[in-house]
Ligand binder design. Structure first.
Ligand SMILES: Cc1ncc(COP(=O)(O)O)c(C=O)c1O
Length: 390
């Protein structure tokens, strides 16, 4: 049967697993006590919180004391970057990040510029890869913090976090390393402790958990200044009553995503290759933006049909029930070329950038859906091309 709806915008957000929705509802109705309350209902809420923290920490291979719940990737990035830079200011005022980070990383760095910090923005190669030597080369004795994302949300390039951390620490052991791992958790090999990173950001809604949930891992002994005042929750780092139902939903989503991970990730990679090869067979002029298909993250493909507008194609696909994106979720309503594509520099001309279309896959997609999406793309491109040459 032809699928009526094919959702391929999973880097923007994912559909929650049915088990997650059920668990969130159960906790809202039964275990709704405030974890800080002293009575039995409160203890129930606290139990939910502790179990969720333990489960997520186990899946990450870290200690549960080092995991803090937040409202999502944006908050975790802000807390890590603003919090660690400000808390460690007396050690130095130099910071490093890259030009292709998510805006929830770039904007805190711009804010820190106004507070007197200096920031080095490292540029990627034309495929979107950051060279660890470029990062380490920028480190000096007053570098307090480096922040590099694991997987780029627009083009799927994967950064060598272990190498970056090792080279940075070799140059200055006191420099802290933060990783925005929003797009990689559950899809790629993952080991914050082995990589030796000091801080790491997660977002629940990118792996079939509820929106508005996230976590920040802080290595033991790493200090950050809180963004809010108001209570002792999350050891004072993130005051505010914890969103227990959704936190439990995020932890469950992580567990379900990590089950059969190897097979699931292989399936993602196959779907991506199948889609790209079916489109390339019919439209060999299609361009792949970012890393080659075998080299990037298994769930993200960014392609362009130079001369056709990505946004027009997006709506033509929507007509056929296929949902994709032209850029990052948060920036896609702003009508300007994405800073990530611009960051690829000479590797990308304007027409290719304007035609960019991002397909992102999830564990809930099926090969049948990919077949349908590929023919929807092929038809839409044929039609638009005909129209544009008339
Ligand atoms: C790489 C990256 N970092 C951070 C975020 C922000 O996460 P959230 O939507 O949970 O605030 C996103 C969301 O698209 C992202 O892709």
């Amino acid at each position: 049967m032809t699928p009526k709806e094919v959702y391929l915008d999973n880097s923007a957000t994912t559909r929650v697993y049915p088990e997650v929705a059920e668990e969130v509802r159960r906790i809202m109705e039964e275990d709704y006590g405030n974890p800080s309350s002293l009575h039995r209902k409160g203890t129930g809420g606290e139990r939910v919180l502790n179990a969720s923290r333990r489960l997520l920490a186990d899946l990450l291979g870290v200690k549960s004391e080092n995991l803090f719940f937040t409202s999502g990737g944006t908050e975790s990035n802000n807390l890590a970057i603003l919090g660690m830079a400000r808390r460690n200011r007396r050690k130095g005022n130099h910071l490093i990040t890259t030009t292709i980070e998510h805006s929830s990383v770039l904007e805190p760095f711009h804010k820190l510029l106004t507070e007197g910090f200096e920031v080095t923005f490292v540029e990627p190669d034309p495929e979107g890869h950051i060279n660890p030597l470029d990062v380490a080369g920028a480190v000096n004795q007053s570098t307090v913090l480096v922040s590099v994302m694991h997987v780029n949300n627009e083009i799927g390039s994967v950064q060598p976090i272990a190498d970056i951390t090792r080279y940075v620490k070799k140059k200055n052991p006191d420099t802290l390393v933060h990783v925005d791992a929003v797009q990689s958790f559950t899809k790629l090999y993952f080991s914050p402790e082995q990589w030796g990173v000091d801080a790491l950001t997660l977002s629940g809604h990118k792996f079939h958990g509820p929106k508005g949930t996230g976590a920040l891992y802080l290595r033991e002994g790493v200090l950050a200044e809180p963004l809010f005042g108001g209570g002792g929750h999350e050891k004072g780092l993130r005051p505010g009553t914890e969103n227990t139902p959704d936190i439990a939903g995020m932890a469950l989503a992580a567990r379900l995503s990590m089950e059969n991970r190897k097979e699931m990730v292989e399936a993602l990679q196959k779907m991506k290759e199948k889609l790209l090869s079916a489109i390339a067979a019919e439209h060999p002029w299609m361009k792949i933006i970012g890393p080659s298909p075998g080299n990037g993250a298994p769930h993200i493909a960014n392609i362009s049909f130079p001369g056709l507008k990505g946004e027009v194609l997006l709506h033509a696909l929507e007509e056929q029930g296929v949902y994709v994106s032209t850029g990052s979720a948060c920036g896609s309503r702003e009508k300007k070329t994405s800073h990530v594509l611009e960051g690829l520099g000479l590797g990308l001309d304007e027409k290719t950038a304007e035609g960019a279309l991002r397909f992102s896959f999830s564990f809930l997609n099926t090969p049948e859906e990919i077949e349908y999406a590929a023919s929807a793309v092929n038809n839409a491109v044929h039609e638009l091309k005909l129209f544009s040459t008339r």
